[in-house]
Write a protein that binds this ligand. Structure first.
Ligand SMILES: NC(=O)c1ccc[n+]([C@@H]2O[C@H](COP(=O)([O-])OP(=O)(O)OC[C@H]3O[C@@H](n4cnc5c(N)ncnc54)[C@H](OP(=O)(O)O)[C@@H]3O)[C@@H](O)[C@H]2O)c1
Length: 358
């Protein structure tokens, strides 16, 4: 054998093994997806899904529309979102699906979106804070003045949830579902430097910080909502082949991975939507609060995400940064003993949570 032939074999064997593993991994990973098998109708219920123009949000909106809900799609690009809504209407046969403009990184837009819902809807039963972006290659600053990834993935949803809380409380046994990521576990949240002014910006750090913020927000929100009739949970949807890794302002490596590898090894959008659907529809999703879910099951989130002091600090900084008025704030139940839940409230909430969504 010539040296060239030996070199070729040495290269070809590992590449072949890698390709074979990739081809095998995808089907196995997809086959392990748990399906939300809840047999629940949502007639008469109103749901908001942010980022419903693509990916997991689109798949979630379709399934909720099939179950009879009024679906409000919060989307930043109406030209892209309207045909998606039309497709959902034609596939579900539910005409009660509307698109409203929502740019999460612009607080004026979030306020306008919430004001319209507060004016038009009697109550809101499910809020799915789903929209998100992966880290942009270079640091970008949103119109609200904050780093774009945190502004989109955390601040926008933080503000929106506050502004819709009155309508959520008006619905019986309402649910706030936050879409995080397993990458929250890599997140480091520097309360003094959330905008990466002093730290070196890296897209993966910006993303994992924002996803850690999603988990901390959920846990603090759950504490504050105890006894209110509104529950909140957070989830990792798995690795899903969506547009999130194929945006133009991303690092080339991420873009290439999203373009060529994720279609082979990741879950489909419908599979990826199962955990948020499970939290929206299941009895468990209506009585648990402050929990982290993966593949339709409760899981452990990172140690840092369970740091209640950090959650409280992030909450306070977020209130300030999104410019919440005192009347819009959700009070801290730990400072108000009269709002703590007694066992009778809990059993009542469990009962409503199940029967109300059937
Ligand atoms: N895919 C995964 O493997 C994966 C893994 C873990 C977590 N997640 C999380 O899952 C969620 C959904 O992501 P996806 O995978 O479905 O991504 P996607 O296909 O890129 O969809 C993201 C959605 O969010 C919208 N969006 C982005 N920025 C927005 C803004 N500033 N204001 C309003 N809407 C905005 C997008 O709108 P346009 O269509 O107009 O761009 C789109 O509708 C995200 O929170 C993501 O972090 C995804």
């Amino acid at each position: 054998m010539t040296p060239w032939a030996i070199a070729l074999v040495v290269l070809a064997v590992p590449i072949g093994i890698l390709l074979l593993s990739l081809l095998l991994f995808g089907p196995i990973y997809r086959a392990l997806t748990r399906k939300c098998s809840e047999n629940v109708r949502l007639d008469g219920k109103t749901v908001v899904v942010t980022g419903a123009s693509a990916g997991l949000g689109k798949a979630t909106a379709l399934e909720l529309a099939k179950r009879g809900a009024r679906v409000i799609m919060g989307c930043r690009n109406l030209t892209k979102a309207q045909p998606v809504a039309d497709d959902i209407i034609s596939k579900s046969g539910n005409t009660n699906v509307v698109v409203r403009h929502l740019e999460l990184s612009d607080f004026a837009s979030v306020r306008k979106f919430a004001a319209q819902i507060n004016a038009e809807e009697e109550a809101l039963h499910i809020l799915i804070n789903n929209a998100g972006i992966a880290g942009t290659k270079n640091k970008e600053v949103a119109s609200c003045g904050h780093e774009l990834v945190l502004a989109t993935n955390h601040y926008g949803h933080f503000l929106l949830t506050h502004l819709l809380m009155g309508k959520l409380k008006a619905g019986t046994s309402s649910r706030v579902i936050n879409v995080s990521s397993a990458l929250h576990a890599d997140g480091q949240l520097d309360i003094e430097d959330l905008n990466f002014d002093r730290r070196r910006y890296r897209f993966e750090h910006a993303y994992s910080q924002s996803k850690l913020a999603n988990v901390l927000f959920t846990k603090e929100l759950a504490r504050r909502l105890k006894g209110s009739g509104v529950v909140t949970n957070v989830l990792h949807p798995g690795s899903v082949n969506t547009e999130v890794l194929r945006r133009p302002n991303q690092a080339l490596s991420v873009f290439l991975f999203g373009r060529f590898i994720s279609p082979i090894i990741f879950r489909t959008e419908t599979q990826g939507a199962q955990t948020q659907l499970y939290l929206a529809l299941s009895e468990e999703g209506g009585c648990e609060s402050g929990c982290y879910y993966v593949n339709c099951r409760k899981a452990r989130s990172s140690r840092e995400s369970c740091d209640s002091d950090l959650a409280k600090k992030l909450w306070e900084v977020s209130c300030k940064n999104v410019h919440l008025e005192p009347a819009e704030m959700i009070p801290d139940s730990r400072l108000d003993s009269s709002s703590s839940e007694n066992p009778r409230d809990a059993s009542q909430r469990r009962r409503i949570g199940h029967s109300d969504f059937t």
